[in-house]
Design a binder for this molecule. Sequence first.
Ligand code: ADP
Ligand code: MG
Length: 373
Amino acid sequence: MSGKILQIENLTVSFDGFKALNALNFSMDAGELRVVIGPNGAGKTTFLDAITGKVQPTEGRVLFKGRSLRHLSEHQVARLGIGRKFQTPRVYLKLTVRENLELACNRHKNVFASLFGKSSASERRTVGGLLETIGLIPKADLPAELLSHGEKQRLEIGMLVAQSPDLLLVDEPVAGLTDEETENVGELLLALAESHSIVVIEHDMEFVRQIARKVTVLHEGSVLCEGSMEQVQNDPQVIEVYLGQRPSISSHQLKMLRIVTAMAWSDGSLAAEEIEVMLSRFSKLFATDVEEQEQLQQELRDYLAQDLDINELVAELETPEERELILQLSYDVIQASSRTADEPLINDEEAAAYQELVKLLNLPEEVVRRIEN
Ligand code: ADP
Ligand code: MG
């Protein structure tokens, strides 16, 4: 299948005048695995509700394979091939894992298989295949109530797949799971992504890193930013609204880090020594106690980016003190990589980038000389 599986145009959903979704635009190719993230209250669940017909838009429309879903009920939307997994598992606790899957296959069968005359053998294979996919063969004959929370999530994803939807919508599948189960669910979704289009709503950043190809960030009912995990997590706006729920680094501090990073990157490689100097200097600058510094170092590590426009970043520096600090840090960092090797103190690319930075910063000559001595 090619083309767009989902297009959302100018979608607004109001609750008593409050816009949970606000003129939202979104589009996704068939076969894509898309992760939608955003802080609490951003509109993620409402986004799914509007696709599945649970709420009707105040304005705008949702197109599934080019067809408008306006005025369709949840049931009708499901029959068109959109399956949704809710946040909390909804499995039959007294039935075994296998029985739960059989039921899900049969539900599908009642609608379709009577038309196509599916044999019960192929159905058994389907259940067997599903058990394997979700990694629950050893637990197939246990009642679902004996499963761990993560296993229940996987079972429910299996039940969803049993209904052969073209588009799977999955709301926070790893909330409350252990690290190991989180990884299992991630692997399951990656496996399913080979044959399905999937939207995953998620809050857990580690998990997003594990599965994400393309990420859409929602904020206040609209799309704030879209791109690879790398691009999204380095977007200052995203950091501010999303990670910024408990900020330990301001977007301004981040800009400073980025300039220095760009210097260190100017020769096309970021040496381990350069990273260490950068992280330790910055964490000491921006945090006071040791624990905070360690946390910050980890955060900074996550923010190191490659694609930076120094001109723009330098233009945003506010005071002469900041400009001086940036030059000092950059100087220290680019020297860090050559201290141990048998090379000139600073290599050509780094020297050129450094000279460029000196020009851009426009600092008094005596300041520059002081830094270099
Ligand atoms: P998220 O899933 O990103 O946390 P939601 O989509 O659940 O966000 O909610 C977005 C905003 O819309 C929140 O401020 C929420 O309080 C509000 N909201 C959601 N559903 C309703 C509703 N049925 N009635 C009124 N307000 C709602
Ligand atoms: Mg939600």
